[in-house]
Design a protein around this ligand. Structure first.
Ligand SMILES: C[S@@+](CC[C@H](N)C(=O)[O-])C[C@H]1O[C@@H](n2cnc3c(N)ncnc32)[C@H](O)[C@@H]1O
Length: 288
């Protein structure tokens, strides 16, 4: 995601030592609200479970949020997970003298049961199979708390119906395919149906409105590192087949949860209620 981690800090020498995760909490809309809301959910689930709780934070980045979480709820057993070597070293520095344990391998290699899985800002960076793996390691009464930056919604009724009846969500070079026939046509002839082209054009338009707002917000707060990182993210995300920065409608994620066998227990928007074009961050509670 654009947020939380500067992906090319070496280019912006001036910002090399900037703690971008901390800057994002000052200069990026909806992230501090997400931190507070997710912390509240973790507390509630600890009370509900009424036993020692193991929390697994997948894609912890440099651990900004995780370090606050373990300070606020010291009774949890917190495992922070990151697989990027240069990020792991930051994670070690930040969490080295806390009770949190670091799992420095890809999430798929974690095999122990957990009570709460956190995926905060990581969903659209993680490999497609991570949801299925989360389901495998989550205890039956556990919960996946998933918060992410999505593209504010851009589906009209036709697109929404296509997504919510999708047999599968297959991303073909950035275009969304929804059934076997579409996937076979793509695999044979690289064919992308017009409806998928239309959906992608809508995504790009909605993204532009969102990123303009994010960059203005950061500029008004004099957070230049955030501005620069978000301009890079805007560039990357407007490119249809740019894998790592591909934010989509939350409706697509919801269909993925359903297809994977998760039950959506709640959905919370962190954006302004009266401005759907700026409703990007959502937090879900998902059960099995
Ligand atoms: C945008 S960051 C999330 C930030 C963090 N959760 C926070 O609150 O500040 C997403 C992270 O997921 C990590 N990641 C991607 N694939 C992963 C995997 N398979 N296993 C573990 N971490 C992964 C990336 O290296 C990246 O640092």
């Amino acid at each position: 995601m654009s947020v939380f981690v500067a992906e090319h800090p070496q280019i912006y020498v001036e910002f090399e030592e900037v703690d971008i995760a901390a800057q994002m909490r000052k200069g990026h809309p909806q992230i501090p609200e997400g931190d507070a809301y997710i912390t509240k959910l973790v507390k509630q689930h600890c009370q509900r479970l009424g036993r020692p709780v193991r929390v697994f934070d997948v894609g912890s980045g440099s651990g900004y949020f995780a370090s606050k979480l373990v300070t606020r709820i010291p009774e949890i057993e917190l495992i922070v997970n990151e697989d990027e070597p240069h990020v792991i070293s930051k994670l070690q520095r930040r969490l080295g003298n806390t009770s949190a344990k670091i799992f420095d391998r890809p999430f798929i290699e974690w095999k122990e049961p957990v009570d709460i899985i956190l995926s905060w800002g990581a969903h659209h960076h993680l490999p497609k199979n991570y949801l299925a793996h989360a389901k495998q390691v989550l205890r039956k009464d556990g919960v996946l708390i998933l918060g992410d930056e999505f593209c504010p919604d851009y589906c009209d009724a036709t697109h929404a119906a296509r997504i919510s009846s999708a047999e599968q969500i297959y991303i073909a070079n950035g275009y969304i395919l929804t059934n076997t026939a579409e996937v076979e046509a793509y695999q044979k002839e690289k064919y992308i149906p017009p409806i998928a082209h239309d959906l992608e054009r809508r995504r790009q338009q909605a993204l532009w409105i969102w990123y303009r707002y994010v960059v203005d917000y950061a500029m008004e707060r004099n957070c230049l590192a955030v501005v620069i990182d978000e301009l890079r993210a805007t560039h990357d995300d407007l490119i249809t087949n740019f894998g790592d920065e591909h934010k989509m409608s939350s409706l697509i994620a919801e269909q993925e949860f359903k297809l994977c066998g998760f039950q959506q227990l709640s959905k919370k928007s962190l954006g302004p209620v009266d401005a759907p074009q700026y409703q990007s961050f959502f937090v879900y509670e998902l059960g099995i």
